[in-house]
Design a protein around this ligand. Structure first.
Ligand code: NAD
Ligand code: IPM
Ligand code: MN
Length: 348
């Protein structure tokens, strides 16, 4: 057995980010000790206060520094104190692009005892994974504005994909489908209106599926219908693969049906591991509940679990999963951040 010490970069960030990050690291400390996992962590200050103080969102030097780590854990960034987009693009998008974290892995799983707003659905109905393409689409910052502030203003954000971006994402999604029992994958697109981009996606999806994964059953849904199905019949999904923006939207719906934003974990991955992957909850900085001991830290804890799995520390990850099974039957909606943290540490 190897005893590699993992180097972890931590970006607690803004709003509830630091609160949920603290809990996730409390849990890490315990499962690491129990499983003889060793790690060193360094906290980075990126976020609104650092930006207001220094003007830095995430500089190229900082990106280079982050590359020296084995993984990055982030709480959340974003603040009503400054214009939307500065931190989101400057830090989050910058990391996803600079580190080529081309997969956003977002499981949607209803745990026993957790309230779902969907009537009559149980954990056996809600258990799928969204593979969200994480570097292209509407997120490339290609576009622009002209004649701003005049009645002639033109504003453009382009949805951009190339063959390579689509195929590496689709291939990864098929591999995930292959690793799960149902052998089922759905492409979520909009081939009826975005006829260039989703024609590319659909061809690549069918080509790769047919040639490399003939045992996986392929389905296709338009994104609007998919949103309807996620709420009406989530059990029809196992692995969903989709573009960046559609994946963003679908996974907030996914978060709600698995018990709320506080339950949804995510990994921004480069599966070939040339750079550190980054783990963060799906939720944002939730300024409306920040510093009130109200944030549900489970999304952060489960993102930590995903990080441990990615680092090869499966026993430590399994301990987190087992503890979660004990915690979710409690009435989470009525519990504070600290109470959930305590229940979790007691269950380990
Ligand atoms: P949000 O996810 O922060 O909040 C949406 C709603 O969910 C709010 O009512 C919030 O109170 C609730 N919520 C979120 N996390 C919760 C938790 N752990 N426990 C309980 N309730 C929770 O989304 P928003 O309000 O659209 O965005 C707020 C800020 O966060 C913005 O600046 C946005 O750009 C940013 N953001 C950042 C990330 C990220 O860092 N990855 C993700 C999404 C949004
Ligand atoms: C997410 C967030 C980000 C996104 C924002 C904050 C840029 O909503 O991670 O889901 O749109 O990807
Ligand atoms: Mn989002």
């Amino acid at each position: 057995m190897t005893h590699k010490s993992h180097k972890i970069a931590v970006i607690p960030g803004d709003g509830i980010g630091p609160e949920v990050t603290n809990v996730a690291f409390e849990i890490l400390q315990l499962v690491a000790k129990k499983n003889s996992v060793t790690y060193i962590e360094r906290v980075f200050p990126f976020g609104v206060n650092h930006y207001l103080l220094t003007g830095e969102t995430l500089s190229q030097e900082s990106v280079e520094e982050l590359k020296k780590y084995d993984a990055i854990f982030m709480g959340a960034i974003g603040s009503p104190k400054i214009k939307p987009g500065i931190l989101e693009k400057g830090i989050l998008l910058n990391m996803r692009l600079s580190l080529d974290l081309y997969i956003n892995y977002r499981p949607v799983k209803l745990y026993p005892g957790v309230d779902t707003p969907i009537k009559d659905k149980t954990p056996s109905d809600i258990d799928f994974v969204v593979i969200r393409e994480n570097t292209g689409g509407l997120y490339t910052d290609i576009g622009g504005v002209t004649m701003k502030g005049t009645p002639d203003e033109v504003a453009i954000n382009e949805k951009v994909y190339n063959y390579q971006q689509v195929s590496r994402c689709v291939r990864y999604a098929f591999k995930i489908a292959q690793s799960r029992p149902r052998k089922l994958i759905a492409l979520i697109g909009k081939t009826n209106i975005l006829t260039y981009v989703f024609d590319l996606w659909e061809r690549v999806f069918n080509e790769i599926g047919e040639k490399e994964f003939p045992e996986i059953k392929r389905e296709y849904y338009h994104v609007d219908a998919a949103c309807m199905h996620i709420i009406k019949s989530p059990e029809i999904f196992d692995v969903m693969v989709t573009s960046n923006m559609f994946g963003d939207i679908i996974t907030d719906i996914g978060a709600v049906i698995q018990g709320g934003m506080g339950m949804a974990a995510s990994g921004n991955l480069n599966p070939e591991k040339p750079t550190p992957s980054m783990f963060e909850p799906v939720h944002g900085s939730a300024p409306d509940i920040a510093d009130q001991n109200k944030a549900n830290p489970i999304a952060a804890i489960m993102s930590m679990k995903m990080m441990l799995d990615f680092l090869g520390e499966h026993n430590a990850a399994d301990d987190i999963e087992k503890a979660l099974q004990k915690v979710t039957p409690m009435n989470l909606n009525r519990m504070s951040t600290k109470e959930i943290a305590k229940a979790f540490t007691n269950s380990l």
